[in-house]
Design a protein around this ligand. Structure first.
Ligand SMILES: [Zn+2]
Length: 447
């Protein structure tokens, strides 16, 4: 071969190999997810995106270049409720094979950009998370929380953080008829929210209130920031076969999860973490250290005991309305149950992978009963164990004492023992005569 022929041959090789790469990828759709303090924009692509980006000032813009990519003809309009992005548009690309996207921003914004591999209903994705820089940091230390709590007045409300699992880009498990776990969890969470807010002495705080993704560490941070006394995380289970069914309640365990299904759930949470984005994985190292120290703290012990007590109550209440997959609270080290200072439980409301339970979980009536079971058990726990500065503590001091009548006891004896008049005991218990029965339960009012 002459030198010229070799050159031509190499040129042809490069040309034929390179050509398909130039126009290989395609943007198929763009989704925009609103959230109160960030905006997520997701690009669905045929292949793994080859991307780079930079920021421009005055006015503030984020520019993203996608190599070897065909553009989607029309970009979605950004609704006005997206306070961080005012417009998404194309600009003149670097070369004719690439695409240049411009995000027109409303102010100081920190972008986090990463690609996600195909999972569940989604193919390759490019995720652009835009965080509002003007918002104060979400991280509040336990010490700060305790100090704030002490400043609160007496008779405060007991704060229950409600965490509806998954959301936005992360659908959670998907039922055989296409029901998304993220929708079921939010619907049940909203029912629980209404019940708690209607109860004097209790108030709810939603970790997410719409269809957007919240990172796992942000979920507990948000509960902490809202000074939650308790965190309940709501999920729906799934398995690879349609058989398994029933609800279960999970609490934090220092040891590894105590069953195979437990391990499986842990994997699923990892999965969710990956769905949520690379940022979570990177930040984990620092978090683990913080957690390891915090685990030694007494507050952890308190959190675990409280979590377990409430979990026991929730199991008892759930049994009245649902089939139980597990008859006792299960222990696991799930990310959302790792908060050392906030007692937490995770309720798997049922198996969305079971066709019958999927239909139940979708029904308003069943959702209401599940929410009611969670509400009743959390409320009962705090009625018995109210924080000192809460309204529940004040109410407890006014509650009647229960007394079970034993052989030989009379109204006058009880009147003397508790320092309450006979007529008051009769009135409170609606007694028409002075006769008591052995085993009879009486309310003894405060003297
Ligand atoms: Zn889940």
């Amino acid at each position: 071969m002459s030198r010229g022929l070799v050159k031509l041959f190499i040129y042809c090789m490069v040309f034929t190999v390179s050509l398909p790469l130039w126009a290989q990828n395609t943007i198929n759709s763009v989704r925009v997810w609103p959230s109160p303090d960030s905006t997520r924009v997701v690009f669905d692509l045929d292949d793994k995106p080859d991307f780079s980006y930079f920021m421009l000032k005055n006015p503030s813009r984020l520019v993203v270049d996608l190599e070897g990519t065909n553009k989607l003809e029309t970009l979605p309009k950004v609704p006005s409720k997206h306070q961080l992005v005012s417009k998404l548009r194309y600009s003149k690309p670097k070369n004719k094979h690439s695409v240049r996207l411009v995000f027109e921003l409303t102010g100081a914004i920190k972008p986090v950009i990463f690609s996600l591999a195909p999972t569940g209903p989604y193919k390759n994705r490019l995720v652009v998370d835009l965080y509002d820089r003007s918002q104060p940091s979400q991280v509040v230390t336990p010490a700060q929380t305790a100090a704030k709590k002490r400043q609160l007045n007496q008779e405060r409300d007991i704060v229950i953080a409600i965490d509806a699992g998954h959301g936005g880009e992360d659908p959670g498990s998907i039922g055989p008829s296409g029901t998304y776990e993220k929708d079921i969890t939010l619907q049940i969470a909203k029912r629980l929210e209404r019940m708690i807010d209607a109860e004097r002495g209790m108030i709810s705080r939603m970790v997410r209130s719409g269809d957007y993704f919240v990172k796992l560490d942000t979920r507990t941070n948000r509960a902490r920031q809202k000074k939650a006394d308790f965190l309940v995380s709501i999920h729906a289970d799934a398995f690879t076969s349609p058989g398994p069914n029933g609800a279960s309640v999970w609490v934090l365990s220092l040891r590894r999860a105590n069953s195979e299904i437990g391990k499986w759930i842990e994997d699923k949470e990892k999965h969710s973490e990956l769905l949520g984005g690379a940022a979570d994985v990177i930040k984990d190292a620092a978090n683990e250290k913080y957690l390891a120290q915090a685990l030694l703290d007494m507050s952890m012990d308190h959190s675990m005991k409280t979590g377990l007590s409430v979990a026991d109550e929730v199991v008892k209440e759930l049994r009245k309305v649902a089939k139980m997959h597990k008859k006792h609270p299960q222990h696991a080290s799930l990310a959302v149950l790792k908060s050392p200072d906030i007692p937490s439980i995770l309720v798997e409301t049922g198996f969305i992978s079971n066709p019958r339970e999927e239909q139940l979980l979708k029904s308003a009536n069943y959702q209401e009963r599940l929410a009611k079971a969670m509400f009743t058990s959390i409320k009962n726990y705090y009625l018995r164990n109210p924080p000192d500065d809460s309204l529940f503590a004040k109410l407890k001091s006014q509650y009647p004492t229960k007394h079970k009548v034993r052989p030989g006891e009379s109204l006058s004896m009880l009147s003397g023992r508790y320092g309450v008049s006979i007529s008051k005991i009769k009135q409170v218990n609606k007694l028409s005569s002075n006769t008591l029965f052995i085993g009879q339960e009486l309310d003894i009012p405060q003297g």
